[in-house]
Design a protein around this ligand. Sequence first.
Ligand SMILES: *Cc1c(COP(=O)(O)O)cnc(C)c1O
Length: 399
Amino acid sequence: MSDYNQFEDFDPETLAIRAGFERSQNGEHSEPIYLTSSYLFDSAEDAAARFNGEKSGPVYARYTNPTVDLFERRLAALERGDGAVATASGMSAILSTCMALLSSGDEVICSKDVFGSTTGLFSKYLAKFGIKTHFVGLADINAWRAACNSNTRLLYLETPSNPLCRVADLNAFGELAREFKAKLVVDNCFCTPALQRPLEHGADLVIHSATKYLDGQGRCLGGAVVGSRADMEEVRAFLRTCGPTMSAFNAWVFLKGLETLSLRMSRHSENALALALWLQEQPEVEHVNYAGLPEHPGYELASKQQSAFGGVLSFTVKGGREAAWACINGIKWLSITANLGDAKTTIVHPATTTHGRLSDQERGEAGITDNLIRVSVGLESINDIQTDLRRGLSCILAE
Ligand SMILES: *Cc1c(COP(=O)(O)O)cnc(C)c1O
C-alpha cells in the first residue's frame, strides 16, 4: 500500500494539492514548516526503540522531517512511485542514487545529452571509485545496446534533452534495461510529472532537480529521487549516513510550488509553442528546436509519452557566435541566466556557458553550435516576450 493511498484514484491536479497531508493535532489547514533538528522521546525505552528501528517515529532531521516527508509523499503520488527521497539539490539526488545502487566494477550507460554536472559526476568522480560510464548519443538505442554488458547497472537519460529537445523512447529504453537486468533512471526535470510520468513507461527511478519547475519561481535549491520501496530504502540509507538532505524550509517552498505545477506547466508549454512557431517566421532565425513542432524528429514520440511539450526550446540564428551574442545583448528585460523552469523567461548561450567546459569536439558531437540560443519560456505575456526577442534579433541584422 502506498503512503498516499487515500488519494490513489485522484487526478494529478488534486494530488498536487492534497496528497499526503493529514489533519494534525492543531488542525492547521496549510502545510506547516517544522524547523527542528531533533525530536523528543517519551522515555529511555522509547528512544532505544526508535533508534534501533523497532518503533517508527522521528529521531533526527538528517533522517526525517515532517515537512520534507510530506513533500516526498506528494511527489511520489504525482510520479506514481512507491516513494520518494528528497535531497539538498538535483545533483545530490543523482549522487545519492549512484552511491546507493552502484559498486566498484559496475558500469553505467549515460546519454551524451545530459546536464553538464551529471556528466562530470560520472566521468570525474564515480570513475575514481571504479565505476565506468559509457556516454552514448540519446537518439541511437542500438549504440546503447552495444554498450550494455553483464556489468551494466544503470541506463541514465533525460528526455526531452537540454538544449536540443531530443526525445527518447522511454518504453524501448525500459525494455533494454530489463533485458540486461539494469535499471532505467530518467531525469524528469524538463517535463515534471505534470507532463510525463517515466515510471509508467518502463523507468525504474525518476530524478528531479526541484530547483527548476517544482519550485517554479527560481528561489530554492533541492532535488528528489522517486522509485520502488526497495530502491528508496537504499537511497534513504545513504542520505541518513552521508547527509545531503533537503531543508524543511525548501520542502515547504516546493510544496507551494507543486500546488500550481499543472497550471504553470500548461502555460509554459503554451507560451513555448507559440514562441517556437513565431521564431520560425523570423528572418534572422535558422532553425528552431522544440518537440512541439510537427517537423521535429521527436514530435510523434513526445506526443505519445508527454501530455504537452514543456517550456524549454532552443534556436540557431544566421551567423556565428557574434550573431548569437548580439541577439542576447540586444534584449532589454528577458533574464540572461542559465537557470530554467522559472516564471521569468531566461535566455542563455549554451556554447559559452552551460556547455562551455566541453571540448570543441564534444560540443560538436552534442550539437551545441556557436549560433545556438536556449530560451526557458516563462509565464509572462507571450506578446511581451516576442517583442523583446524581436529587439534582440534586430541587432543581428545591424551587425
Ligand atoms: C539543474 C539540473 C540538474 C541539477 O540540479 P541542481 O538542483 O542544480 O543540483 C540536473 N538535471 C537537470 C536536467 C537540470 O536542469
